[in-house]
Design a protein around this ligand. Structure first.
Ligand SMILES: C[S@@+](CC[C@H](N)C(=O)[O-])C[C@H]1O[C@@H](n2cnc3c(N)ncnc32)[C@H](O)[C@@H]1O
Length: 368
């Protein structure tokens, strides 16, 4: 495996993007010391000075993201703990997003989240420096990105600022390339996109994983489009999760619905439940002895459901004003009653009033 053939191992890419990947090698954007998140297995430190082969392997891996900042820089790489706040995305995800972006020659692109600068440099190679504007909120991240991009011989417009506002000075854009997780699509991105233009973004609902969405500006003040592949992204700074504040004791009950079915059925169920229950987050874990637990939370409530192979019924604990497990169970069974549609049957519409998720057509919303 070598960095040179990385482009050939990315099936989503057409010839133009492959050429860009060869001309703008990822290695120029990976620091000597970073936290490596492989597609499978544990995260670990890479240090080019100590283990050059391990560093090289991470750079060349299609499914490896490389974390370059933790807790906005408050915690050093490799110290342990903290939230990941800047990274170079895995090449497989980068390729999928760029393929969905699908620009024409001469298109003007707004990118949100410069990060290491790799995707800004790829865009600049593909479309020309003058056609790419990339916005980054963190000054120290942007300074490193600028140096990386210069090493690659590119010079797109780099803007220090809050990308949720877009960059109205350069509007309208043909394409908006968002490389941080988005819970609520900032309306400015829609306003700044030319009619027929495209916004590609990772939608993070909080319920399980993120999904790439490709929205097209409809020219009447809105944007709409469908969901594509799964991905993982750190949220926009202003859309980070806050810890729930839950009061009162747990109410115990039980259910016959196996929580493993709810979280493992399909990406279609994931998108449907997230659309029906905005603001409800969830995660799950296998336990020793074949057990399985799902945790759910919103800003004021929490719940967990616990499967063990020994019992026919599943134990449920819920507290706060909402019965979150009951809500998720009802949403899942509603999805089943629709014939268990896959993710490609769902989409998102954004208007000045907000966003909603729909099934098959925007006229059939699943969101409340
Ligand atoms: C996954 S990284 C971007 C990866 C990047 N495209 C690359 O090629 O390396 C996400 C970046 O978004 C930045 N970010 C978070 N919130 C932002 C905001 N509101 N405006 C602009 N950038 C933001 C983070 O600081 C982080 O550097």
């Amino acid at each position: 495996m070598s960095a040179d053939d990385l482009a050939d191992r990315l099936p989503d890419l057409d010839g133009r993007w492959r050429e860009a990947m060869r001309a703008v090698p990822r290695r120029l954007f990976v620091p000597g010391r970073a936290w490596c998140l492989p597609g499978e297995g544990e995260g670990h430190l890479i240090d080019r000075a100590i283990e050059p082969d391990l560093w090289e392997h991470a750079v060349c891996s299609v499914d490896t993201a490389i974390v370059t900042q933790i807790d906005d820089g408050a915690i050093g790489i490799g110290e342990g703990g903290g939230e990941y706040t800047s990274s170079g995305s895995a090449p497989g995800v980068v390729a999928a997003e760029l393929a969905l972006l699908d620009p024409y020659d001469g298109d003007e692109v707004l990118e949100i989240g410069t990060g290491t600068g790799w995707t800004a440099a790829l865009l600049a190679h593909r479309l020309g420096d003058a056609n790419v504007t990339s916005v980054e909120i963190d000054p120290s991240v942007l300074a490193v990105a600028e140096a990386n991009i210069r090493k690659a011989g590119r010079s797109p417009r780099l803007v220090l600022g809050d990308g949720t506002k877009g960059h109205p000075e350069g509007a309208p854009y043909d394409r908006v390339h968002v490389t941080c997780g988005v819970r609520e699509v900032p309306y400015g991105w829609v306003e700044q996109t030319r009619p027929g233009g495209v916004i590609v973004l990772p939608w993070i609902s909080g319920w399980e994983g993120a999904h790439l969405a490709r929205l097209t500006a409809t020219g009447d003040g809105g944007a709409m489009g469908e969901f594509h592949r799964a991905c993982a992204f750190m949220p926009l700074r202003s859309q980070r999760w806050s810890a729930p504040v839950v009061e009162g004791g747990f109410r115990r009950s039980s259910t016959l619905l196996d929580p493993r079915r709810v979280v493992r059925s399909s990406y279609g169920a994931e998108v449907a439940i997230a659309g029906m229950l905005p603001g409800v987050c969830g995660t799950h874990a296998d336990e020793e002895g074949g057990g399985f637990r799902v945790w759910l939370w919103s800003d004021d409530s929490e719940a967990h459901a616990h499967y063990t192979p020994d019992y026919k019924r599943i134990s449920v604990w819920q507290r706060g004003p909402r019965d979150l497990w009951d809500e998720v169970e009802a949403a899942f069974l509603r999805w089943v009653s629709w014939g268990s549609p896959g993710r490609d049957r769902f989409g998102m519409t954004v208007t000045p009033e907000g966003q909603y998720i729909w099934r098959d057509t925007p006229g059939d919303p699943v969101s409340p």
